[in-house]
Ligand binder design. Structure first.
Ligand code: HSE
Length: 406
């Protein structure tokens, strides 16, 4: 018998308990382990549930129970989650978490603590919700060098962009619907401004390249500046606007980034809609694979948490295939401003001869009912920062969005 505890009874925590209760027998039969839910930690009271007797408000009940070998941390935020997770690992209890902020900010330290105490720190649910992507990267794809990753990593923004594109919804209406469905973070700024996707690309990049990449080191731009005009130009020109978290090798450095992109319809990522996430991973043997599924929501995220709990309960010792070292500095992060990109630019008060004098040949886009003084075009590939500098010399730049190149 393996006893586990759940820290937090919010959306994901209650989902983890619900999924465990739904499938306990099946897990026993198929996985050969008899899991028992020992405790649920939450400062709130939850009377009237069939498992109300499991609740505690004191982390020491869990820390001091030697029968508890695995702990699922689904509280979110860094404090007190970090303190509780570290205390569990220091006691030799494996921890599984959905908490991307915790992993992105403290992952290297917590992985080291798990190694020092011969247990595991797992976080499949932190990136891509239900989608198995971290474990395949360090198991099935372990014989390759990962050369790049690009993905739709945030369900809320993908849901919003889809509703804006397909149902003509306004931004606020679509955001409210995402919140009502339990997709958004408590403070949706983290979704809309790309911070959530940034944490996830940090986790994927750290795993792929073996060094901790901190969110502060990553260029990050959200979707709050995307307008209906941009959506109309994209749609009329064979693109979908998607928030893309990416990392690629640039010489002996890497370039992680989160930004909205014009994704061509020919790319699989363009058709990923609603709350679905998709992650393309590129490698030197397998070429490319795409992982796809529900990236947010109660039971989809619980599915990944419970999968880690089962894996931890079956393992003895630390699984070193999912490990990375801390990084002393960010000298291995490339300068995004020097990296060549093509950009969609929407301007007013300029003209084609001025644009072509600055950029050379560009691809002009059109949309229905565009005002006479508006011009939209896609630049040739130039250093990112140069495009900003050059376009600032044109009329008024209304929008500037990078094009995604596979
Ligand atoms: N707010 C996140 C999202 C939840 O929308 O993807 C899952 O990490």
């Amino acid at each position: 018998m393996s006893k586990f505890a759940v820290l937090g009874h919010g959306v994901v925590g209650s989902g983890t308990v619900e999924l465990f209760n739904m499938n306990r027998e099946l897990i026993h039969q198929r996985q050969g382990i008899d899991l028992e839910l020992g405790y649920i930690l939450d400062i709130r009271d939850f009377p009237g549930l069939p498992y109300s007797d499991k609740f505690t408000k004191d982390i020491n009940d869990i820390l001091n129970d030697d029968e508890v070998t695995v702990v699922a941390e689904v509280m979110g935020g860094v404090h007190p989650a970090y303190d509780f997770v570290l205390a569990c690992l220091n006691k030799g209890k494996s921890v599984c978490t959905s908490n991307k902020e915790l992993v992105a900010k403290k992952g290297a330290e917590l992985l080291r603590a798990a190694k020092e105490h011969n247990c595991n720190f797992m976080f499949e649910a932190s990136t891509g919700g239900a989608i198995p992507v971290l474990r395949p990267m360090h198991t099935c794809l372990a014989g390759n060098e990962i050369t790049g990753i690009a993905g739709i990593l945030n369900g809320t923004t993908n849901f919003i962009l889809t509703k804006m594109k397909e149902d003509g919804m306004g931004f606020a209406e679509a955001l409210k619907l995402a919140q009502d469905n339990g997709y958004a973070e408590k403070d949706p700024t983290a979704d809309i401004e790309g911070h959530d996707a940034c944490r996830k690309i940090c986790i994927l990049s750290s795993l792929a390249f073996g060094r901790h990449i901190y969110p502060d080191w990553v260029y990050c731009e959200g979707i709050s500046a995307i307008t209906e005009e941009d959506t109309a130009y994209a749609e009329a020109s064979g693109y979908a606007i998607k928030l893309i978290g990416s990392v690629e090798r640039v010489g002996d450095k890497i370039l992680p980034m989160v930004a909205p992109r014009f994704v061509p319809d020919s790319c699989e990522l363009s058709s990923v809609s609603d709350v679905f996430n998709a992650i393309m991973v590129y490698g030197n043997g397998f070429d490319q694979v795409m992982f796809y599924g529900k990236g947010a929501g109660k039971l989809p995220t619980a599915s990944a948490v419970l999968g880690d709990v089962i894996d931890c309960a079956k393992k003895s010792g630390t699984d070193m295939s999912q490990y990375w070292e801390d990084s002393a500095d960010n000298s291995f992060i490339a300068d995004y401003a020097a990296h060549p990109v093509r950009k969609y630019i929407r301007t007013t008060g300029s003209d084609k001869s001025a644009i072509e004098a600055k950029f050379g040949k560009v691809d002009y886009l059109s949309r229905p009912d565009a005002p006479a003084d508006e011009l939209a075009f896609i630049t040739p590939a130039l250093p990112d920062g140069d495009i900003d500098r050059i376009s600032a010399e044109l009329g008024t730049v209304k929008s500037s969005i990078r094009v995604y190149e596979a």
